[in-house]
Structure formats: structure tokens, C-alpha cells
Design a protein around this ligand. Structure first.
Ligand SMILES: Cc1cc2nc3c(=O)[nH]c(=O)nc-3n(C[C@H](O)[C@H](O)[C@H](O)COP(=O)(O)O)c2cc1C
Length: 208
């Protein structure tokens, strides 16, 4: 597998659900993916609010904090700034073929649906779409307005996977971590990353 094939772009945006993004990052790093991580300003607020993780705005300092938090291989993680137009993810000639926005805000859905490319997250998503790669948006908002639904419908028609952060309960979760793992397992399945986080339906599911 080439370097580009075993790489992925992951964006954290300012929707509720920071634990999904952190757990997904951890699993991708354990699976030895090269992860290009993009973090919006609002995502940093949500990470601090929901997880108590105060990430510095500076990408190198944010990387150091994440490496310490996840105890991961620093060589596998690249944290990109929002205006880092020289990042590989900004160009179809170098960008990974897969990208996940997790969690994905309604604002980022709108910007991506309209090709705004106004920051590196929006540009990276635009690149993956134009290169016919795989884009997964783990959208979190409730209720959805007609505008949210129209934007998601438009993206879905273009081949983007809209995966609402809506964990199931049929695996009888005992903790928040179980709920988080349910969502992360479904995302990893869609990306084709081997995982054993949650028992598979019909194989090891608990019945009444
Ligand atoms: C703690 C917190 C939770 C939020 N939760 C959501 C949410 O669940 N969904 C959403 O669309 N926006 C949510 N927002 C609002 C977004 O962060 C805001 O619209 C922001 O502009 C999104 O920007 P971004 O997509 O560039 O990260 C939340 C904001 C904060 C501070």
C-alpha cells in the first residue's frame, strides 16, 4: 500500500461529539494510518467544553498535546493549520483519498455543500469530492432544519456519506465509551479499517 493510500484526513469541527473524534483519531493511529488532522476554532472550544482538553491554536503545540493525550507515534500524526494551503490535503495531487469530518457541524456541512473552500477543512473536503474519493460527514445537530436536510441531500447525491452521530442501543451500552465506540465502529467499517470495538449484529449480539 502506498503512503497516500494508507493516509487519511480527519477534521474536527465545532459540533457536539468531541469524544467521537478523539476515539476515531486514536483508532486510526493504532491502525497505523498517517493522519492529517484539521481542527476548527469552534472544535477547540467544544474539545475544552466536552472533554476538558484545551488544545493550543498552534498546530505543532496541538500535536504535542494530542500525542501526550493519546500516547501515539508522533510520526503518524500531522496537525495542519487552517490556512496551511501547502499541506498535502489542499491538493488533489497529494491528498489522501479518504476524509472524515467527525464531528461535523451544520455550518461545515453548508460550507462543504457549497464548495466554499474558505479554510483548509472546506478545501480538503472539496479536494476529496473532486478527486472522487471517500468523504464521510459525521453530522451532529438536532432537530435538522430544512436547510440542513437540503445540504445533506445535495452532498449525499454527490456520493458523500452522511453518517449522523446517532449511536444505537441494541448492543446494550454500559457506558458513554460504549456509545462512542458504536459510532466509531460504524465509521471505521465504512472506511474499510478493521475493528473489533463492538460485537457485530447476528454474530455476537445479546438477545432478550
Ligand atoms: C459547546 C458547543 C457545542 C456545539 N454543538 C453544535 C452542534 O452539535 N451542531 C452544530 O451544528 N453546531 C454546534 N455548535 C456551533 C458551532 O460550533 C458553530 O456553528 C461554529 O461556527 C461551527 O464552525 P466550524 O464548522 O468551522 O467548526 C456548538 C458550539 C459549541 C461551543
Amino acid at each position: 500500500m502506498s503512503k497516500q493510500q494508507k493516509a487519511i484526513t480527519l477534521a474536527f469541527t465545532g459540533a457536539s461529539g468531541a469524544p467521537y473524534g478523539l476515539r476515531l483519531l486514536e483508532c486510526l493511529l493504532v491502525a497505523e494510518y498517517q493522519v492529517y488532522l484539521l481542527i476548527s476554532s469552534a472544535a477547540r472550544v467544544v474539545l475544552a467544553t466536552e472533554h476538558g482538553l484545551k488544545l493550543p491554536a498552534n498546530p505543532d503545540a496541538a500535536k504535542q498535546a494530542l500525542v501526550a493525550q493519546l500516547n501515539c507515534d508522533p510520526d503518524k500524526l500531522v496537525v495542519c493549520g487552517k490556512d496551511d494551503w501547502f499541506s498535502p490535503v489542499a491538493s488533489g495531487s497529494a491528498a489522501p483519498k479518504q476524509m472524515v469530518v467527525c464531528p461535523c457541524s451544520a455550518g461545515s456541512v453548508a460550507a462543504i455543500a457549497h464548495g466554499m473552500s474558505d479554510n483548509l477543512i472546506e478545501r480538503a473536503a472539496d479536494v476529496v469530492m473532486k478527486e472522487r474519493g471517500q468523504l464521510v460527514l459525521v453530522v451532529r445537530e438536532t432537530p435538522f432544519s430544512t436547510l440542513h436536510l437540503e445540504n445533506m441531500h445535495k452532498l449525499s447525491q454527490m456520493g458523500v456519506t452522511i453518517m449522523p452521530a446517532a449511536p444505537g442501543f441494541y448492543h446494550q451500552p454500559q457506558s458513554i465509551e460504549d456509545l462512542v465506540d458504536f459510532m466509531v465502529a460504524r465509521i471505521l467499517d465504512h472506511l474499510g479499517v478493521e475493528q473489533g470495538l463492538v460485537p457485530r449484529w447476528g454474530y455476537d449480539s445479546r438477545h432478550i
